[in-house]
Design a binder for this molecule. Structure first.
Ligand code: F0G
Length: 375
C-alpha cells in the first residue's frame, strides 16, 4: 500500500535496536501511528501553539505496548524461551499475549482482580494467555512475577525487560521524523514509568546522532490518587478511574525522574475529574477516542496552559508558538464501560416519530445542540 512502510518498528529502526540479522522478527506491523493536529487543543492553549496527538491506540493491539513487545518477544524467541510472563493493568497483557500467540510461545499474565478494563481482559483471554486474576493491586502482581521469573525458565516482558524500553523509544523517533524536528514539549501519562523513560532515551539517541537539534521538555502526568512520583513516596493503595496507571510503586522511578530533570520538565498530578473532562473533549471535539489513562496527558496540558505555563514558551527568534505533542497511549475501545458511564444514555422510547424527533432535538431544529457550530 502506498505510503505505508512494509515493516514494523524493527525493520524501520533496526540500527537503533538490539537485533542482529539472525534475530527472528515477530511483528504485527506496529508503529507508524498517526500524528494528528488538534485544533481544539491548539486553540485552548493559545499563543500560537500547535498541539499534536500521537495516537498510539492505533497500534495492532490498541496501545503503545506493541512497540516494546515486538522487540521483547523477538528476543525471547531468539533466546529459545518457551513462555513469557507479565503483570499488567491490562495493555501489557493484551500485547504480550498477542505477540506470544504469533510467536508460538505460551503466555502467563497476572492481573489485579476487578481492576482491568474489559477490552484488555478480552484480548488476553482470546489470545490464549493463562490469565490469573490476583486479589491484590498491580504493584503486588509485579513483585510476584519478578519472583516467578527468578524461579522458572520464563521470560519476563514487563518494562523492566530492557528490550521493551528499546522498542518503545521508537515513538520518539516517529514524532521527530514526522515533524522534521523534536517538539518543544511532550505530554504523557505515567504509570510504571517505562514509557517516559523509553521516549526520553529515544530523543536522547536521536539528539546524540545529530538527527534533531534539541530535545523536548518532558511533562509526565500521574492520576492524583496514584501519584508516587509527585509525592516522592510509594502509594500503598493507589486509586483512580484510569486503571491503566493505577500504580503506587513504579518500576522505572529513576528513569522518569531523570527524564523530567534532564529536560527541565516535570511530573505532575491530575484529578480523575480533569482526566474525564479531557477524555470527553478529545472524543467530542477532535473525534479521537482514547482510554482514560491516555487522557491524562491532555488533562495535564490543559492544567499547565490554564496556569500560564506556556506564556513564555515562544522561543527567541521563532515566529510561531510552541509545538506540543500529547501521547495518547491506548484506544478508547479498551474500556467501553467507562465511555458509556460517562455519557448518560436516555431510556428507550416507543417507536413514535414525534417522541423521537423531540428526543433527538430535530423538532427544535437542533438548537439544543447535538451539532455544534464550527468555531
Ligand atoms: N497509558 C496506558 C494506556 C497504559 O496502559 C499504561 C501502562 C500507561 C499509560 C503508563 O505507561 O507504565 O510505561 O508509565 N500500562 C501498563 C500495563 C502498566 O500493564 O498495561 P508506563
Amino acid at each position: 500500500m502506498a505510503g505505508r512502510p512494509s515493516g514494523g518498528i524493527i525493520e524501520r529502526y533496526r540500527p537503533y535496536l538490539p537485533v542482529s540479522p539472525t534475530t527472528p522478527i515477530i511483528t504485527l506491523l506496529e508503529g507508524n501511528t498517526p500524528l494528528i493536529v488538534s485544533r481544539a487543543l491548539s486553540q485552548r492553549v493559545g499563543r500560537g501553539a500547535e498541539v499534536y496527538l500521537k495516537y498510539e491506540g492505533m497500534n495492532p493491539t490498541g496501545s503503545f505496548k506493541d512497540r516494546g513487545m515486538t522487540v521483547a518477544i523477538s528476543k525471547a524467541v531468539e533466546a529459545k524461551s518457551v513462555a513469557v510472563l507479565c503483570a499488567s493493568t491490562g495493555n501489557t497483557s493484551a500485547s504480550a499475549s498477542a505477540y506470544a500467540a504469533r510467536a508460538g510461545l505460551r503466555s502467563i499474565v497476572l492481573i489485579p482482580s476487578g481492576a482491568v478494563a474489559l477490552g484488555k481482559l478480552s484480548q488476553a483471554l482470546i489470545h490464549g494467555a493463562r490469565v490469573v486474576a490476583v486479589d491484590a493491586n498491580f504493584d503486588a502482581c509485579l513483585a510476584l512475577v519478578k519472583s516467578l521469573a527468578r524461579q522458572h525458565p520464563v521470560t519476563l516482558v514487563n518494562s523492566i525487560n530492557p528490550h521493551r524500553i528499546e522498542g518503545q523509544k521508537t515513538c520518539a523517533f516517529e514524532i521527530c521524523d514526522a515533524l522534521g524536528r523534536a517538539p518543544d514539549y511532550q505530554c504523557m501519562p505515567v504509570g510504571n514509568a517505562g514509557n517516559i523513560t523509553a521516549q526520553w532515551k529515544g530523543y536522547t539517541e536521536y539528539h546524540g546522532r545529530g538527527r534533531i537539534g534539541h530535545r523536548p521538555v518532558m511533562l509526565g502526568f500521574q492520576a492524583e490518587g496514584a501519584a508516587p512520583l509527585v509525592k516522592g513516596r510509594l502509594v500503598k493503595h493507589p486509586r483512580t478511574i484510569a486503571t491503566a496507571i493505577r500504580i503506587g510503586n513504579p518500576a522505572s522511578w529513576q528513569g522518569a525522574v531523570a527524564a523530567a530533570e534532564e529536560s527541565r520538565g516535570a511530573i505532575q498530578a491530575v484529578s480523575d475529574r480533569q482526566i474525564l473532562d479531557a477524555y470527553r473533549l478529545l472524543a467530542q471535539e477532535d473525534g479521537v477516542f482514547v482510554e482514560p489513562a491516555s487522557a491524562a496527558s491532555v488533562a495535564g496540558l490543559l492544567r499547565l496552559a490554564q496556569a500560564g505555563y506556556f506564556k513564555k514558551a515562544r522561543p527567541a527568534g521563532r515566529r510561531q508558538g510552541p509545538t506540543i505533542v500529547c501521547i495518547l497511549t491506548g484506544h478508547g475501545l479498551k474500556d467501553p464501560e467507562r465511555a458509556i458511564k460517562s455519557i448518560r444514555l436516555a431510556r428507550p422510547l416507543p417507536p413514535s416519530l414525534s417522541a423521537i424527533s423531540k428526543a433527538t432535538g430535530l423538532k427544535e431544529g437542533l438548537s439544543g445542540g447535538i451539532i455544534r457550530p464550527r468555531p
